[in-house]
Design a protein around this ligand. Structure first.
Ligand code: ZN
Length: 254
């Protein structure tokens, strides 16, 4: 599943390819992906220019002139491609056609709102990179104190922090030396402060590496595709927590 770093890399790619380009068409091949269609938006799709691509958590918001907006969410398997209109791609759900003879293809399952996905976006907590002014250490410490859930679930809760999923939750907890099973409210102020710095640093570095490599393979992750811990050499635990695969080192994380 694409998480904050991959969605941010996709945002950068869309901006680079299409900013200031005019939308000349929109084709929908799979009706089910449209979650909300504002009729005013549908009437005026063509001819508007892409002004900005914004991101909140795992959502992208394409902002055009004429107050035309689209909100995208890639879900578990959704992907995208930037290619000429004649390109034959598998599993195309929709495509935006631009004046520069390139298209933004939405592939596999993805959700699309014609307009702002207001309800979905309003439910999101602060985004550590997109809205750093609201993601403060005080905010994180307060949120930790209020939650009885374990740390894995805490980090994946989009209403607490927007953008982190199962994979980056594991990475952040490993780098903060915190067990995924630990109740959020049991973290000390030292833990909270270390966690705060690690969240920002891990996500920033992952965005830089993902954008630079143009790949979403995440070879830089500490525990992924490993059997033993890169720090202590002991066996990594591979289990399920909060319904998702969870990797951790029982001797480095407390
Ligand atoms: Zn270890």
């Amino acid at each position: 599943m694409p998480e904050l770093p991959e969605v941010e890399a996709r945002r950068t790619a869309i901006e680079k390819a299409f900013k200031a380009s005019r939308l000349t068409g929109f084709d929908l091949y799979k009706n089910g992906i449209v979650k909300h269609a504002d009729s005013r938006v549908q009437k005026s799709i063509s001819g508007e220019t892409l002004r900005n691509v914004d991101r909140r958590g795992k959502y992208l918001i394409l902002e055009f002139t004429g107050r035309l907006l689209f909100t995208l969410h890639f879900g578990l398997f959704g992907d995208m491609a930037i290619a000429p209109p004649e390109e034959q791609l598998p599993s195309v759900c929709a495509r935006f056609v631009f004046s520069n003879r390139k298209c933004l293809f939405l592939l596999k399952w993805a959700s699309l709102w014609f307009g702002r996905g207001v309800e979905e976006l309003e439910k999101l907590g602060p985004d550590p990179l997109a809205t750093p002014e609201t993601f403060t250490l005080d905010y994180l410490s307060d949120a930790l104190a209020k939650k009885k859930t374990n740390m894995k679930q805490f980090l994946m809760d989009q209403s607490v922090i927007a953008g982190i999923g199962a994979v980056y939750a594991d990475e952040i907890l490993f780098k903060s030396a915190i067990l995924p099973t630990k109740p959020a409210k049991d973290l000390s102020s030292g833990d909270a402060s270390r966690l705060y710095t690690t969240i920002i640093k891990t996500l920033k570095t992952a965005v830089e590496k993902t954008v630079a490599s143009g790949s979403e393979d995440r070879p830089f992750l500490s525990l992924e595709r490993r059997k033993t811990c890169p720090v202590c050499g002991k066996g990594i635990i591979n289990t399920r927590l909060a319904g998702r695969r969870t990797l951790y080192c029982p001797s480095c994380q407390h």
